[in-house]
Write a protein that binds this ligand. Structure first.
Ligand code: ARG
Ligand code: ZN
Length: 893
């Protein structure tokens, strides 16, 4: 059932125009589609039959150039409609089908959500609306006419421009939209709903006056301002940085509460999960505001990287996603603190992508095969894909990268292309040979970079030996077994570095063979399995600052001493490396602590070096020194998460020891630094009216990090502090920080606080999601029972993806202690949920099933418990392709 990239063939037919008519009635919708088709001159087989795809469609009639086709002139088989009738060179095929949007629980295609009807067509949802050549290399011009009840669904939207509207009998109305751009079917969208609208204008560099509109459920207009501002900032940024302008007169964002993913870049009519639109200081946290900036920018940037130039086939998904994530990351760095943004990206990569690359679902950013494409909207395709683009940017430099982008658009505007086409533009614009670099597109796994430094006082040379390791992953092993081996070889990657002397100064860098030093930071081009770099004129043994800005998505192995890490934490000019040094130091200590807990001696705390609290005290103090950045310090105060520690474990993972060691270290720091933490907490109070901008948000982040530590002391004083913040906070960031601290403990205060919070916010769906998540991610001993009980709570709704993600996915993916409970209750809970969800929404079910990815890393007892649940899921009749792929690969690993 796997599909292979190497089997790609051009479509036998192309579609010039699509004229859709969608009549929404009670209980069903009637879809009439007139497709102007012709044979593709580039088709492999000039006499191939016309085969359209459709899913859950009831075909009513079919006409060829107006003539009704009879039985025998076409055939329906599974999801395919085969035309037997003889076809002229070009013709119009018109189908009438009925669909059932109200019963569409998959949220793919046209579906009902509270206030109306919405669509999601990427990747293969358009076939759930009408019969089509539902593949991205078939690009057509679309018009759509929508009919619906006027009172219930007053707003009718489509891609492009409104070209007509009117009333119909029976209290109904219609509207017609026309998109002037050719596009693949996955970018089609329509909406018929009751919505409020916020409107604003953006004038492009060349003078186009673009109407920007944000549509939300009635009553939520006061939560749209931030998204609108983000949209206008994105439009400006893309003009300034890439010279790319908006190409339509209308740019609409519609927020919907039921949505599988984050948002969708449909041409001129983005559809968003409400989570990435709605925000008000009292309902959304600083992180929510920041995420809205990023997702609005992401979807807007897709207008060029995705829509104007799209993917030839779904194997090329990273062509648009990796590049667009890279673009939204660059935007984020310009809008917020660059250092903090980068640290957060690396954290996301390590928590979501590294485990994927190490597990049964490992795949390169361009997979060679898949069973279900929806499983490949992955951290690898998105996040690692962005890292790959970033490496090109680092290797060729900003100016050549911009030239490469210009060349990419000059060559491919209006086309559906491949990752090779993108890399070729970058290569041609920069003159750098990227042949070897392309291995990043074909090889899976996180490479390990083993670096050793040797200083020779006699010659004043510092030599770095660099070795790359890239053992085969589950992906390569499977393809090998299928007789489709993937060639593997060394990667081409940028190693950005500096050298620090004993005083923390950056040394001028001169490589052997160079006549003079060139700066204090270098981009080394690593291309070999083993390679050495020799720096000259180094007066004394330096401390290398390696992989600055996380210049490549690798695991770095360098034998830093604790003293060297403390030195980097204090002096490195690179924010990422300062943070990284702290994470490494903590990881080394925690690794010893985990071993101590396994040996039964953890509680002695003998594994915590006496100097550690001093290093953290200095770190905290640096936030208040001139030039100090509280946001960065907040990042540095956070110990590596349990998920990151699981990945850092060689050998069998012990989730209880990981949890115990991490918590003990937090409590140790809290006790040792109680005074400075409390002082910082009071110092950092923000008195100005709330704003989500970086400086205030940074102060809140550090203040709440201090609160979190203080709460670990768990005495009357710290409880009072937490409760006071919970009761008096005037913004959701501070409220949630307090509630998260309260939720850790099984105290009477907890249940009371949670009850009051729900009572206050029960009508704000996104805030209720926070209420669920703060409970599903709590470490309190009763979390498992509580999460099971919450499944029955009226505030939970298994049909709503956001609710499922907040309660079930967060428990499985972000609460390892409870998910991996030794009695197997977490695994059984997940399996029950997956089976229940699979029957209604396979995409969501499959995302939960990914919680089992790392089951092989645990002890044999837990493995046997996980295997039972995986087997139970696999044996389910009618299991979706989505879940079957994930569970099948997990069991085969
Ligand atoms: N292209 C969208 C984005 O990244 C994601 C949509 C994916 N949807 C899906 N059902 N796989 O912005
Ligand atoms: Zn995207």
């Amino acid at each position: 059932q796997a599909i292979y990239l190497k089997d790609y063939t051009p479509p036998a037919f192309l579609i010039e125009t699509v004229d859709l008519d969608v009549a929404i009635e009670t209980g069903h919708a009637t879809v009439t589609a007139a497709l102007a088709c012709h044979r593709n001159p580039a088709a492999a087989d000039p006499s191939a039959a016309l085969v359209l795809t459709g899913e859950e469609l009831k075909l009513e009639t079919i006409r060829l150039d107006g003539r009704l086709l009879g039985q025998g002139e076409y055939a329906l088989c599974d999801d395919r409609l085969l035309i037997h009738a003889e076809l002229p060179e070009s013709f119009t095929l018109t189908t009438v089908s009925t669909i059932n949007p109200d019963g569409n629980t998959q949220l793919s295609g046209l579906y009902r959500s509270k206030d109306g009807y919405f669509t999601q067509c990427e990747a293969e949802g358009f076939r759930r609306i009408t019969w089509f050549l539902d593949r991205p290399d078939v690009m057509a011009k679309y018009t759509v006419t929508i009919h619906a009840d006027k009172a219930q669904f007053p707003v009718l939207l489509g891609n492009g421009n409104p070209v007509g509207a009117g009333d119909e009998e029976g209290g109904r109305h219609w509207a017609k939209w026309e998109d002037p751009f050719r596009k693949p079917s996955y970018l089609f969208a329509m909406v018929a709903a009751k919505l409020d609208m916020l409107e604003d204008w953006f004038v492009t560099k060349s003078g186009r006056k673009v109407r920007c509109a944000v549509y939300v459920e009635p009553g939520k207009l006061d939560q749209c301002g931030h998204a609108m501002a983000a949209l206008k900032k994105s439009m400006k940024w893309d003009e300034d940085v890439f010279g790319l302008e908006m190409d339509l007169d209308h740019y609409m964002i519609v927020a919907v509460g039921d949505f599988n993913m984050g948002a969708m870049e449909n041409k001129g009519l983005n559809i968003f999960n409400t989570k990435y639109v709605l925000a008000r200081p009292d309902t959304a946290t600083d992180i929510d505001f920041q995420n809205i900036d990023r997702v609005v920018a992401h979807e807007y940037f897709h207008n060029w990287t995705g829509n104007r130039v799209t993917c030839r086939d779904w194997f090329q998904l990273s062509l648009k996603e990796g590049l667009t994530v890279f673009r939204d990351q660059q935007f984020g760095m310009d809008m917020h603190s660059a250092g903090v943004t980068r640290i957060q990206e690396v954290r996301t990569l390590r928590t979501a992508q590294f485990p994927e690359d190490a597990g049964p679902m490992a795949h390169p950013i361009r997979p060679a095969s898949y069973a279900e494409i929806n499983n490949f909207y992955s951290a690898t395709v998105y996040e690692k894909g962005a890292e790959v683009i970033r490496m090109i940017h680092t290797l060729i430099g900003k100016d050549a990268f911009r030239k490469g982008m210009d060349l990419y658009f000059a060559r491919h505007d209006g086309q559906a292309v491949t990752c090779e086409d993108f890399v070729a533009a970058m290569q041609d614009a920069s003159g750098l040979d990227l042949t070897q670099f392309k291995r990043w597109y074909n090889q899976a796994g996180t490479p390990k970079l083993v670096v050793r430094g040797a200083y020779d006082a006699a010659t004043k040379r510092f030599t770095l030996d660099v070795e790359q390791l890239y053992p085969a992953t589950a992906y390569e092993k499977r393809l090998e077994a299928e007789g489709k081996p993937v060639a593997r070889g060394a990667y081409h990657l940028p190693l950005v570095l500096g050298l620090l002397d004993a005083d923390g100064r950056e040394l001028p860098l001169r490589l052997a063979g160079e006549t003079s030093a060139a700066g204090t930071q270098r981009v080394l081009s690593v291309t070999e399995d083993r390679q050495s770099f020799v720096f000259e004129d180094i007066a004394a043994a330096p401390v290398p600052s390696l992989l600055r800005g996380f210049s490549a998505p690798v695991v770095l192995d360098y034998p830093y001493t604790a003293a060297e890490l403390t030195h980097l934490m204090a002096h490195d000019s690179d924010a990422f490396c300062r943070w990284e040094a702290g994470q490494r130091l903590a990881t080394d200590i925690l690794t010893a602590g985990i071993a101590a807990y396994q040996a039964g001696d953890g509680d002695s705390l003998a594994w915590i070096p006496t100097t550690y609290a001093d290093a953290i005290r200095a770190l905290l103090g640096s936030a208040f020194a001139p030039g100090g950045d509280p946001a960065l310090v907040a990042e540095a105060l956070a110990l590596p998460s349990e998920v990151v520690l699981i990945e850092a474990t060689d050998g069998t993972v012990d989730p209880d020891a990981i949890h115990a060691a991490r918590l003990a270290l937090r409590r140790h720091l809290a006790r040792e630094l109680k005074g400075p933490l409390a002082a910082a907490y009071h110092e950092l109070k923000v008195d100005a009216p709330y704003s989500p901008e970086a400086q205030q948000a940074g102060a809140r982040a550090l203040r709440n990090a201090c609160l979190g530590y203080l709460a670990e002391i768990d005495d009357a004083e710290s409880r009072a502090l937490v409760m006071t913040q919970f009761d008096t906070a005037d913004n959701m960031t501070d409220t949630m920080a307090a509630l998260a601290a309260i939720a850790q403990f099984e105290l009477a205060e907890r249940d009371d606080a949670l009850a009051r919070f729900l009572d206050k916010w029960k009508d704000e769906a996104l805030v209720v999601d926070k209420w669920l998540m703060v409970q599903s991610t709590a470490r309190a001993a009763d979390t498992g029972q509580r999460v099971r009980a919450l499944l029955q709570h009226p505030a939970f709704d298994i049909k709503n993806p956001n609710k499922v993600y907040a309660l079930i996915r967060a428990f499985c993916a972000a609460n390892p202690k409870h998910f991996h409970a030794a009695d197997g209750s977490g695994y059984a809970f997940a399996a029950d949920a997956i089976l229940q969800l699979d029957a209604m929404n396979p995409q969501v079910a499959s995302r939960i099933a990914r919680a089992f990815d790392r089951w092989r890393k645990f002890d044999t007892h837990r493995q046997s418990l996980a295997r039972v649940q995986l087997a139970r899921i696999q044996s389910q009749n009618g299991l979706s392709r989505d879940v079957a792929e994930v569970v099948g690969k997990a069991l085969d690993s």
